[in-house]
Ligand binder design. Structure first.
Ligand code: 13P
Ligand code: SF4
Length: 380
């Protein structure tokens, strides 16, 4: 196989099929006054064969068209539970669309309106690096004692590695259950790729200590760890993080508390450990939404998660004081790549009989990744 082919087949993604049709020159202008009208018309023309899934971090202009809104767990469930939807428009990021493709039937097609909507955290763990880490663990005879738990925010190839090696996928809403499940099966957990979610779950939910956790740095030989450190660790955390949630700091919390009396700090578990430990409430995206929805009128909340969601919560809860925890604007730039022009382009193309930007995971990768995803969906 030529080098160019090998490059195109990285991480179980066949980029040749994903390239699909270029939207160059066809993308409606964001300032087209008829854009919303066009979106409504295209959606109506597509009817029941189409389902639009929207992650809560999407822009308002896009989430308004979602048939189902959810966090990554709810959207994975929605993809698995709707075999009647022939076409699924996934308004989220690449790893979510891959999971939807894995969990749907071969008759269903998943469309990501902009292929450049990736995730910097997912990119922090490549299969070459993860296989290398596993080989080191096996060399120390620790492979059979270690259960990999992979956050949903990872490529299909990493999920496949997890499925092959007795592990499960988790999301922020079930990381605790997944880690407990792993410790019932083995002595150690390899948690990929978000060190913060792994650490926060191990320490704040399972009662392990910070010393029970070590960080595997894929850019250093042997992960930058000694054999003794690896042997003593209960949780091996991959050195990955979310560039959006990783920004929130203790300083932000101090600022919010000094400016707003009785403010409650509510953060996502992808935030750094010191931030999560100092917060009043920690929860997955769905849990953050429930907390604000059920909060008493007049209560004040500083929220550490993606800004589109925080702004939406503030608008939908005018009787509460909802603010963004950081002082600087902090959208997830890749989530924001899905905008109305891309959604309109993808929908109008399908109205015209053309499927663009289909996400297709190779069957071999999908088979093993599905094992890890199914284990997550079956968690007690
Ligand atoms: P959840 O949807 O699982 O809360 O994950 C947050 C996130 O960062 C999605 O990219
Ligand atoms: Fe990735 Fe973080 Fe953006 Fe989620 S919010 S898609 S984890 S960069």
């Amino acid at each position: 196989m030529a080098l160019s082919d090998l490059l195109l087949l990285g991480e179980g993604r066949d980029l040749r099929s994903e390239r699909g049709v270029s939207c160059d020159g066809q993308l409606p202008s964001a300032s087209d006054p008829k854009l919303v009208e066009r979106a409504i018309a295209a959606r109506a023309a597509l009817g029941d064969e189409v389902m639009i899934l929207g992650h809560h971090y999407q822009r308002d202009e896009v989430i308004d068209f979602a048939d189902i809104r959810g966090d990554s767990f709810k959207l994975a469930q929605a993809a698995a539970d709707n075999p009647q939807a022939k076409y699924i428009f996934f308004c989220g990021v690449h790893f979510m669309a891959e999971s939807a493709d894995i969990l749907t039937t071969s008759e269903q097609q998943v469309i990501l309106p902009d292929l450049s909507a990736g995730c910097s955290m997912a990119d922090m763990a490549s299969s070459v690096q993860v296989n290398d880490c596993w080989a080191q663990l096996e060399k120390l005879n620790l492979g059979s004692k270690t259960i990999p738990i992979t956050y949903m925010n990872s490529s299909a190839a990493i999920k496949a590695f997890t499925g092959k090696n007795g592990g499960a996928v988790c999301t922020s809403s079930n990381a605790e259950r997944a880690m407990k499940w792993a410790f019932e099966k083995g002595e150690k957990v390899l948690f990929l790729p978000d060190q913060h979610l792994g650490r926060n779950t191990a320490v704040l939910k399972l009662g392990l200590t910070l010393d029970d956790c070590v960080i595997w740095n894929p850019w250093k030989s042997n992960g930058g760890l000694t054999e003794e450190q690896i042997r003593n660790a209960k949780v091996i955390l991959w050195r990955g993080h979310c560039s959006v949630h990783g920004r929130f700091s203790l300083e932000n919390i101090k600022d919010a508390r000094s400016k707003l009396a009785d403010v409650k700090i509510l953060v996502h578990p992808e935030c750094q450990h010191e931030v999560v430990a100092a917060a009043d409430v920690v929860g997955s995206t769905e849990m953050i939404i429930q907390t604000i929805t059920n909060a008493p009128a007049g209560s004040s909340w500083a929220i550490g998660t993606e800004l589109n969601l925080v702004q939406r919560l503030a608008n939908e809860n005018p009787d509460k004081n909802v603010i963004f925890l950081d002082k600087t604007i902090c959208y997830c730039s890749t989530m924001n790549r899905i905008d109305l022009p891309h959604l309109v382009w993808a929908m109008e193309s399908l109205v015209g009989g053309e499927v663009v930007n289909q996400i297709r995971v190779s069957p071999e990768i999908a088979k093993h990744a599905k094992v890890a995803l199914d284990r997550m969906l079956a968690l007690p």
